[in-house]
Design a protein around this ligand. Sequence first.
Ligand SMILES: Cc1cc2nc3c(=O)[nH]c(=O)nc-3n(C[C@H](O)[C@H](O)[C@H](O)COP(=O)(O)OP(=O)(O)OC[C@H]3O[C@@H](n4cnc5c(N)ncnc54)[C@H](O)[C@@H]3O)c2cc1C
Length: 471
Amino acid sequence: MRIGIIGAGLAGLSAGLDLARAGHQVVICEQGAETGGLAGTFPYGGTRLETFYHHAFTTDRETIQLIHELGLGDKLLWRETPMGIFQLGRVMKFASPWDLLRFTPLSFVNRLRFGLAVLYLSRVKQWQKYERVRVKDWIQRVFGQQAWDVIWGPLLHGKFGEYAAEIGMPWFYSRIHTRAGSREKGMTKESLGYLEGSFQVLHDALARAIGEAGGSVRCGEKVQALRISRGRLVGWKTSRRSERLDAVLATQAPPALLGILPAGLKGEYWERLRGVTYLGNICAVLTVKRSYSPIYWMNIPDVKSPFIAVIEHTNFIDKRTYGGRHTLYLSNYLPISHPRYRAADREVLREFYAYLAKVLPAFSAKDVTEARVFRTPHAQPVIRAGYSSSLVPHTSPVPGLYLANMAQIYPEDRGMSYSIRLGRRAAKRVQSYVPSAASNGRAAAKQAAGKKSSRAVAKPATVKIKIKLKK
Ligand SMILES: Cc1cc2nc3c(=O)[nH]c(=O)nc-3n(C[C@H](O)[C@H](O)[C@H](O)COP(=O)(O)OP(=O)(O)OC[C@H]3O[C@@H](n4cnc5c(N)ncnc54)[C@H](O)[C@@H]3O)c2cc1C
């Protein structure tokens, strides 16, 4: 088959690799100038650095497997990473049970309750029982109101803004499990992974392997419209050409995908897709003259803060990697309708610096020698309680059109490993497609209207034949 893939992020590249190696003709179109999507990088200090901070967890099976599969295992670094929290006007370590016991913003009883609640949740085997439970209700009941007011409430607000109270427990359950999994038994610190040379090394290796298997990755080429004829997918129009294709795998966020599909698609599948809410992200990458603390990741549980975390990257990866540059990220999730998302970079930085000086009193804007501000409109899908009923399958009601986007990751929070898993799973669905059978008109048109279960779409359309038996 001739298969088009929209997006050269990790989902698109992983799917492209499997499809090209299976002998299909694969073309990946990426609107950005380079591969990598949200895990993309920019030239920095003689090497590359992620535009949005990235690390791997020890539980990231798919990332680790893919890295080894591509022969990059010797570049995978694991580092113990100190974590902290900004509370009562000071930075406090918040990584080990001992840090928790010393965490005076919570009463002693609530510190014990906190530890027991985390321990309990990390031992629960099935997330399904939490499907309809809201994080807010569970935390207030189990951790207690104080832990909600002091830590979890502001952090959830920082991550999900006005949607914080609607977030489902499976999301929180997965976060706790991922983090617990990144600590080996007896370890008080978390171990996080990074690729020597940045995660761009992985994107480049994927693109190279796709090329070697006969596929191509075309950056700087935006897919502007998908062509659907007689109810099935027949090709696409990009910023450079029109092409006939047997199938397309779309990896962009649903709001972006809907923009290149014909308007007025009806049916539950499309309604669910239209119902997905995303938050954007603004991320400042600062090169500063000095280090301010030994902490890599510092949470800022304050609803008034313009960022949710200060990530001192060079407390994770040595500053010598970047020619001695101390590097830190400030991250803010927000709806793209928020004035800050539209504000000029200098306004964003002014607001960030003012708050950063509160968190790190030694910080001064004069310390900043380089500053970059990156934005993305689709950084985080909002995972509400009962999200299972909003999930859309990879196989769409339009024969030949498949989806693999971050909103389909559940119950885990989005992450590189899950995007790789998503891409590889979707590639299997694409391979089960039989274009010639789907070209049968009426069945395809019916599927395009969303009247059939999307799972059925992957099968060849059936043709009813009436046979008159002679008496
Ligand atoms: C701030 C932030 C921090 C993160 N930190 C971590 C972390 O520490 N660890 C971790 O594991 N994960 C992290 N993630 C998540 C991780 O980046 C994502 O899960 C993963 O990179 C998503 O890959 P993807 O391929 O699913 O989507 P994307 O990376 O979004 O790829 C989709 C691609 O499609 C392209 N595209 C869209 N529309 C079109 C079109 N019409 N034509 C052509 N191309 C198009 C886009 O340009 C994009 O490149 C973070 C994400 C963010 C936002």
